[in-house]
Design a binder for this molecule. Sequence first.
Ligand SMILES: C[S@@+](CC[C@H](N)C(=O)[O-])C[C@H]1O[C@@H](n2cnc3c(N)ncnc32)[C@H](O)[C@@H]1O
Length: 422
Amino acid sequence: MKNPAPSARRSAVHLLDQVLGEGRLMSDLISSGALDRLSPADRARAQRLANDTLRGIDRADRLLKRHLRKPPPLPVFNILRLGTVELCMGGDAHGVVNDMVAIAGSHPRYNNLKGLINAVLRKIAADGVRSWNDLRLPRLRSWLRDPLVQAWGAQPMLEMEKAHFAGAPLDITPKANAALWAEKLNATLLPTGTLRLADPGQVSALPGFDTGDWWVQDAAAALPVKVLNPQPGEKILDVCAAPGGKTLQLAAAGADVTALDISARRMERVQENLTRTGLSATCLVGDALEHSGGPYDAILLDAPCSATGTIRRHPDLPFAKDGSEFGELIELQSAMIDHALTLLKPGGRLIFCTCSLLPDEGECQVDEALARHEGLIVDRDALNLPGVDPAWVTPEGGLRLRPDYWAEKGGMDGFFIASLRR
Ligand SMILES: C[S@@+](CC[C@H](N)C(=O)[O-])C[C@H]1O[C@@H](n2cnc3c(N)ncnc32)[C@H](O)[C@@H]1O
């Protein structure tokens, strides 16, 4: 059979099949070309549909259960889930149901289930939509929820789940002139200097993208470089640099930046971003544990981690992962801290950060590094920044950020940041 033409909905279902069926991460699927046959606008729509479905899957499954005697095969279930979420978020019933039936109809193994899809989605359109908002707030899977409840408590967990379900606005770091770009983009200027757009549309079509006047970066992700406080001419190593949001901040401050990452493919993204923004850094591909350059005035270690702080933006993560690789990541983070400390000038500063909600990848790493390295200190003053709430500073002297912080402003990614000096 000839392959059916790609569409945003069809591609979104295909993304769901691979995330939920094969444990693939959406970012990996997209960077290996999953949406390349779509126009930029459809690419953005497919991604949005898949993300909305993953955020609402808990509710969709509860609604669908009322109309299904047993769970259908995964590709059919995903068609129903996407259709349900679209209907319940205000999608046009006629268009959604017809498209979902057509997607099943072109599936070689499941085209005999077109009637089921038609009947179930019509019932959802008729009476499911009203109950959507009364359904329980979607919860994280227990492999991740349990340790987070243990770390932060049951009520904060619910607040974080509320933030995950709400998704994330578009945050932008301007190269300079934040107030001017806030006006041009009709954005809110957040207290920490990030610009926030609630409903941006296609990012590459916004003013200032082509001219490289700003880059996309969550408000929390912009803080590690502010904590580092780069000075013009300082020799700074950005040790896990790709895709480069923090490299751009360091370079924009006039520092002499070396950006290093183990992935050649991801390092290409750093180079592309530098070119687009007209900034410069020395780009190296290599293992952070083997780097022997320096000594450096400062090092930014944005270590590989569970990325559990980014679930607002990446709702696929709890479905694609199961936590089994976290132990290895935690060991790698400690080894990276130890090696980075050998590359610093005396009195130099090491900013350790992870986009994780797990204390093992944040607070505990700092405690353990202090125990391993005599003379190492935590610089609390570095956290004294505009817009940073002193209540976010931890007993260890790090900065703990969570998705439920700034809830009224649209939240922020989960992060842990600490400034270490020796
Ligand atoms: C959290 S991401 C960095 C995000 C980046 N700092 C930014 O702001 O755009 C972690 C990065 O660490 C890189 N990485 C993983 N293991 C590494 C290693 N042993 N040496 C250097 N980089 C590594 C990954 O390729 C990934 O790009």
